[in-house]
Design a protein around this ligand. Structure first.
Ligand code: FAD
Ligand code: UDP
Length: 392
C-alpha cells in the first residue's frame, strides 16, 4: 500500500515525493508516462556527448531564498546570468529592450535620461492595461512593439498580443540602462551537473518508487494507494468534461554543428523572420567545453504535448470550472504548471509544491489525534503507556 501515488516526475511531483518520503516517512509511488524523470526540465547528453535540454532551454532563476536553498540540497550550482539577442532589422540587439537596443537600432547615442524621454514620447496612453499589447505599447510605443513583440507573440501563441492577458509580455521588462540580463532575480544559476542529475538525487530514497513509461490510468486500479498527487493536465484528468483547455505546444528541432560556437548569444530571438521563435546554444548555458556545439530551434504549434497554458480570460474561466471540480475531488491534490493551468517558471512550481506539502502535513497533524485505537485522547494513551510496568 502506497501512501501517495504521484502522477508526473517533473518539479511538482518530484519535490512532493522527496518531502513526503524524507520528512513524513510516507511510501510514495511516482509514475510518469515518459521514459525519463525531470518532466520538461529533462536534460541528457546527446550522441556527441553534449548536454542538451530535450524540451527547450531551462534557465533557473528565483528571488526565493527558500526555493534556492531547498534545491541546493540536491545540486551544486554554476553561476549563470542569461542573455538574449533579438534579430531585428538585420541587426542583433539586446532583448529585453534597453539603452543599447535603442542606440544600436536607430544609430543614436542617447543616455539613460534621453532614452527615458524617448520612450515617453513614443508611448501610447492606455487607461487600463489589460492585454499583452497594452503592456508594450504603453511603455515603448507601437513601432518597437511591432518590431519586437507583435510577431514573436503571434508565432508563439497563434494569436495577437491584444488577445492575450497582460501577464504574458509583462514577463519581459523594458530598461533605460545598459543591463542586458534577461532576468534580474537574486539567484541565477544552472545545476552544475544538469537537471536530470538533480532529479535523480531528489528521488533517491528507499520510500520512493519510480515507474516510467507508465500512464497512471494503467496502474491505478491495481496498485493500492491512499492519496493521489496529480501534475498532468487538469482537463485530461476530468476527461475533458467541460471541453479542452488550450495548451500551446512546441516542436523542438535539435542539431549538432561541427563548429565550436555558433550563436552570438546563448539565445537569439527571431521576432519577425522564420517559423521558429528562437535558437538556443546549450554550451553557453551549461559551460561545457566541446569541439562541436548543440542548438535547438523552437517551432510553436497548437497540437502536441502541452507546454504552455494560454493566459487569457476565457481560458481562466474554463480553468476555474475544472478547479472547482478539482477542489471537490477527495484525496487528489493538483499541483504544477499543467494541473493548475498557470504559466509558472520552475521556481514557482517548486514553491507551489512546498506549499502543498506544508498543507498536507498540517492536514495529517489535524487528523492525528483522531487515530489512537485505545481512546480518543492521545494524552490518555501516553499516560497508560507511562504507567504500564516496565519489562524485567
Ligand atoms: P512537467 O515538467 O510538465 O511535469 C509533468 C509530468 O507529468 C510530465 O513529465 C508528464 O509526462 C507527466 N504526466 C502527464 N500526464 C500523465 C499521465 N497521464 N500519466 C503519467 N504521467 C503523466 N522555467 C524556468 O524557470 N526557466 C526557464 O528557462 C524555462 N524554460 C522553459 C522552456 C520551455 C520550452 C518550456 C515548455 C517551459 C519552460 N519553463 C522554464 C517552465 C518549466 O518547464 C516548468 O515550470 C516546470 O517544468 C513545470 O513542472 P511540472 O512538474 O509542473 O510539470
Ligand atoms: N516576447 C516577445 N518577443 C521576444 C521575447 C518575448 O514578444 O523577443 C513575448 C512573447 O509573447 C513570449 C512572452 O513575451 O511568449 C514571454 O517571453 P519569455 O521569454 O518569458 O517566454 P518563455 O521563455 O516562457 O517561452
Amino acid at each position: 500500500m502506497f501512501d501517495y501515488l504521484i502522477v508526473g516526475a517533473g518539479f511538482a511531483g518530484s519535490v512532493l515525493a522527496e518531502r513526503l518520503a524524507t520528512r513524513s516517512n510516507k511510501k510514495v509511488l511516482v509514475v510518469d508516462k515518459r521514459n525519463h524523470i525531470a518532466g520538461n526540465a529533462y536534460d541528457h547528453y546527446n550522441e556527441d556527448g553534449i548536454l542538451v535540454h530535450k524540451y527547450g532551454p531551462h534557465i533557473f532563476h528565483t528571488n526565493s531564498k527558500d526555493v534556492f536553498e531547498y534545491l541546493s540540497n540536491f545540486t551544486d550550482w554554476r553561476p549563470y546570468e542569461h542573455r538574449v539577442l533579438a534579430s531585428v532589422d538585420g541587426q542583433m540587439v539586446p532583448m529585453p529592450i534597453n539603452l543599447d537596443t535603442i542606440n544600436k537600432l536607430y544609430g543614436l547615442k542617447l543616455n539613460s535620461f534621453e532614452v527615458e524621454e524617448f520612450f515617453e514620447s513614443v508611448a501610447e496612453k492606455v487607461p487600463v492595461i489589460k492585454t499583452s499589447e497594452d503592456v508594450v505599447v504603453s511603455k515603448v510605443g507601437r513601432e518597437l512593439y511591432e518590431k519586437f513583440f507583435r510577431n514573436y507573440t503571434r508565432k508563439q501563441w497563434g494569436m495577437d498580443p491584444s488577445e492575450l492577458d497582460k501577464s504574458v509580455t509583462s514577463r519581459v521588462p523594458t530598461r533605460t540602462n545598459r543591463d542586458d540580463r534577461y532576468f534580474t532575480d537574486t539567484y541565477q544559476a544552472m545545476p552544475l551537473h544538469g537537471y536530470t542529475r538533480m532529479f535523480e538525487r531528489l528521488l533517491d530514497h528507499p520510500n520512493i518508487k519510480v515507474m516510467l513509461n507508465t500512464d497512471y490510468h494503467d496502474i491505478m486500479d491495481f496498485i493500492p494507494f491512499k492519496e493521489m498527487i496529480f501534475t498532468g493536465p487538469v482537463d485530461e484528468f476530468f476527461d475533458f468534461k467541460y471541453g479542452k483547455l488550450p495548451y500551446r505546444s512546441l516542436e523542438f528541432k535539435h542539431e549538432t554543428l561541427n563548429t565550436e560556437n555558433y550563436l552570438a548569444a546563448p539565445v537569439v530571438n527571431y521576432p519577425n523572420d522564420n517559423l521558429y521563435t528562437r535558437i538556443t546554444e546549450f554550451k553557453a548555458l551549461t559551460g561545457q567545453q566541446h569541439p562541436k556545439t548543440a542548438i535547438v530551434y523552437e517551432y510553436p504549434k497548437a497540437e502536441g504535448d502541452p507546454y504552455y497554458p494560454v493566459p487569457r480570460l476565457e481560458n481562466a474561466e474554463l480553468y476555474n470550472k475544472y478547479k472547482k471540480l478539482a477542489d471537490e475531488t477527495p484525496n487528489v491534490h493538483f499541483v504544477g504548471r499543467l494541473a493548475t493551468y498557470k504559466y509558472y517558471n520552475m521556481d514557482q512550481v517548486v514553491a507551489q509544491a512546498l506549499t502543498l506539502y506544508k498543507k498536507l502535513t498540517e492536514k495529517s497533524a489535524e487528523e492525528a489525534p483522531r487515530k489512537p485505537a485505545i481512546s480518543g485522547s492521545t494524552e490518555l494513551v501516553e499516560k497508560l503507556v507511562a504507567r504500564s510496568p516496565s519489562k524485567p
